[in-house]
Ligand binder design. Sequence first.
Ligand SMILES: *[C@@H]1O[C@H](CO)[C@@H](O)[C@H](O)[C@H]1NC(C)=O
Ligand SMILES: *[C@@H]1O[C@H](CO)[C@@H](O)[C@H](O)[C@H]1NC(C)=O
Ligand SMILES: *[C@@H]1O[C@H](CO)[C@@H](O)[C@H](O)[C@H]1NC(C)=O
Ligand SMILES: *[C@@H]1O[C@H](CO)[C@@H](O)[C@H](O)[C@H]1NC(C)=O
Ligand SMILES: *[C@@H]1O[C@H](CO)[C@@H](O)[C@H](O)[C@H]1NC(C)=O
Ligand SMILES: *[C@@H]1O[C@H](CO)[C@@H](O)[C@H](O)[C@H]1NC(C)=O
Length: 663
Amino acid sequence: MATQKVVVLLLVTLVAGVFGALEHTGTSVKLNDVYYFVSPFSQGQPWGRGGVEWKSHSKAPGLIPVTVVAQPCPEDSLHSLFTNWTSRDDVWQPGFLETVLLAGFDTTKSKGADAATRRSYWADTLSTVLPLQSAGIPSGPYFLDTSTGQVYQAYRLYEDFAGAFTQSLLQGPDGRFQTLSAQVPASASVTMGVPSRLYFTPSKRKPLAGVRIGVKDIFALAGVKQSNGNRAWYGLYPPASATGTAMRNLIAAGAVIVGLQKTSQFANGELATADWVDYHAPFNPRGDGYQDGAASSAGAGASVASYPWLDLALGSDTGGSVRGPAAVEGLFGNRPSHGLVGLDHVMPLSPALDTPGFLARDPRVWDAACAALYLDNYTSFAGDEGSATPKYPKTLYVLDLATTTTTTATKKDDDDPATLMRKKFASDLALFLNTSATTLDLEREWATSGPAEGKGQNISQLLHLTYAAFITKDQTKLLRDPFYKDYAAAHDGRRPFVDPAPLVRWAWADSQPDSVRDDALANKTLFMNWFNDKILPPASPHDPLACSSGFLLHADSTGFFSSRNRYLDPPAPPLGFSNGEISVFAETPDSVFPLGQVPVFSSVTNHTEFLPVTIDVMAAKGCDGLIARLARDLVAAGILTAPKVGPGLDGEGAILLRRDVRY
Ligand SMILES: *[C@@H]1O[C@H](CO)[C@@H](O)[C@H](O)[C@H]1NC(C)=O
Ligand SMILES: *[C@@H]1O[C@H](CO)[C@@H](O)[C@H](O)[C@H]1NC(C)=O
Ligand SMILES: *[C@@H]1O[C@H](CO)[C@@H](O)[C@H](O)[C@H]1NC(C)=O
Ligand SMILES: *[C@@H]1O[C@H](CO)[C@@H](O)[C@H](O)[C@H]1NC(C)=O
Ligand SMILES: *[C@@H]1O[C@H](CO)[C@@H](O)[C@H](O)[C@H]1NC(C)=O
Ligand SMILES: *[C@@H]1O[C@H](CO)[C@@H](O)[C@H](O)[C@H]1NC(C)=O
């Protein structure tokens, strides 16, 4: 008797548990050869009366594609509305015209099921037209569940062929994230999903509404597991319980976070293929498709250079991790002034140097995204027509603009086509600013106007160890030590796998006295105060429309081209000083502008391919918006051209190995 009772109770519990556990995570379907994901989150019931027998050619059980037109529209204008949608949105297609739910559609003469009227709005497609009865469902493509009349948003699915993402995400209505569970045909890459652009209307409160953003896999998002580029880390820690300030700012502005993107391990510099042991480095689409995409925001660069369906990516720059990928993939990219937004819930390399920055093709989107991320700390000139026209500075400094563009050259070349392109930009910019460029010799300036404490040594000596000291001492303390401890506790004293590059850096930290971190801070402060006072101070007298006393151009963050299939030297600690580190220590903004491309012979394709040429533009600390505004004005003036996706910045041709791709 007693035993029987227990069995019955157990059965009831089990059955209840099983019923309660069934959860809809979305559905994958195909419409006219295009892959879609049906969101599991209902948007409501556009048709309230019921009684409709949904006619469908659909073979997906219970689902039919529908188009919602949320604003009343004369029927003879619908064709041009749909034409407009086709050019604005990659998700909607005429296949969604099977049923049209039209705001203001007049059905006074019929009732219930008879209200369904057949019309043709597109070629020989015959649509069933119904009046839209529920306000608040935005226009666009949906999938309607015929058993409930609820509609679900349509996401278009894309293959991540550049290997840029670590995971695909779906943002829930409660602000939490879950995996976007879909897979399209692909070779060892994840499937990404993007919602229709038609659902979103940017506003003052939501300036980034519908803007699709990829995020470096070092930013915590509530409900999401993070890797920091390390598999052991991903396995060890649970999903994040909170979303950090930076991510919250973007989400509040309406951004659509589509997924997490690959980073070289723990955001340390790594070379593609050679150093990337835990994950395979993303593919840079430029040139022959086998150039290193640079690090550490590698997924960010590869994705923005490859995918027209992605608007921008958020990376981080501690010593060049945004600017490097932007440079070798020919994109706009910014290292912002230090400290513009809190980096809580973000993996640290060195908090004193860490900054979050974007990679983008369109400078307007870039500017708007910066304004949304940095909020009041962004000196914005992004205002609408007529507001805040900047007073550009008359000082234009030029540091060394020479670099190498070929994969074989080892020393800087003044006659290199890329160097000549940068020099031309410097003179175009001078003309635009109604000024002339001044060549700057930083070491000579330091020798003459440098602080007394710095006498007797040059900048290169002063800052030789500084970067290495900051990042290795900080990361061992803030990340490695607790990670090793947690891993050992969970795995019987074992140590996790770590890639060679971070290991070498961490070992260097262990070989140095703790005082090296204090020395680094003292040296950084000495340099920063001098640079921000003597070289690139704020505009004087103070004028918010001027902001910076000058611009400074250099070429040291423009990356170098390196084929992925070369055998390389083992990694070493990041010693030495370069112009790309001026902003790192001085806390000033430093952005990459794409200038064009140069022909380079590829031994992979046995053919001439084109590689991007970029330049770095710096301004005084806090004048970030001035640089983005300059980019926009230079594009408007025809001095710069916004880059496109593909093997070249001009968008011509197909990405090699992807000749079958239709966008
Ligand atoms: C589509 O319509 C919108 C809103 O009316 C308009 O701003 C946009 O310029 C149109 N786009 C195209 C490509 O026609
Ligand atoms: C602006 O920057 C300061 C200093 O880094 C920071 O404390 C503050 O939170 C930032 N403001 C916003 C709105 O993020
Ligand atoms: C440069 O001078 C021209 C002609 O005087 C003027 O129209 C333009 O606004 C000036 N540009 C800047 C950036 O000062
Ligand atoms: C800095 O000084 C050292 C030692 O005198 C010298 O070897 C080096 O070339 C100098 N570097 C620069 C950039 O002047
Ligand atoms: C700081 O500067 C001193 C003096 O030039 C130099 O000897 C030392 O190596 C530097 N240390 C760091 C960590 O930057
Ligand atoms: C490379 O191209 C050249 C010129 O088209 C051709 O002569 C040569 O055989 C090719 N080399 C290889 C290895 O295919």
